[in-house]
Structure formats: C-alpha cells, structure tokens
Write a protein that binds this ligand. Structure first.
Ligand SMILES: [Zn+2]
Length: 89
C-alpha cells in the first residue's frame, strides 16, 4: 500500500505512557500479528500514532521501531474489533 495519502490524526500514547514496554497478548499473538489486540496503554500503542487515508478513509496505526542498527516503519490497519483497554497488572 502507499502511505502517501495518510494524514496524521494524532498520537495514541502520552508522555507518561511512553516508557511502558509491556505488551498484551492473551491469545499468544505477537507484536505485529494481524490479529494482535490493539491494547490502548500497552506497548507499542503507547508509541503509535493514528493516521487516516485520504483516499479510502481507512485508519492506520504507525509505529517506528528503533533497533540497534535499523529503523523500521510499522503500519497496521486500525480494526475496531481488535481495540481493547485492559488494566495493567
Ligand atoms: Zn486508503
């Protein structure tokens, strides 16, 4: 897909949540599984931003992953069915 048509709506996380690195995967998914829960307040959504496509109005989440020797741009569709808001233990 092209990301040229994406417009920034805003950040999902806050300054306070930035340092949270725990993830929420009750069903054994991993970071970027297509069916991973979009857990608000949990990594990587604490560091994700919300974008909207001008062509199809679809909403997408973007997250830039900084490794030791790489920077990788991650993007996934914002699927309402996957959004959860679980408590941290
Ligand atoms: Zn689109």
């Amino acid at each position: 897909m092209s990301i040229d048509h994406l417009a920034l709506l805003g950040a999902l996380g806050s300054e306070a949540s930035w340092e949270r690195l725990d993830e929420f995967h009750p069903d054994g998914t991993h970071l970027w599984s297509p069916d991973a829960p979009i857990a608000l307040g949990w990594h990587p959504y604490t560091r994700s931003s919300l974008w909207q496509c001008a062509q199809c109005s679809g909403a997408f989440l973007r997250y830039t992953e900084y490794g030791g020797y790489y920077v990788e741009e991650r993007i996934r569709p914002l699927l309402a069915d996957l959004i959860v808001n679980p408590e941290h233990s």
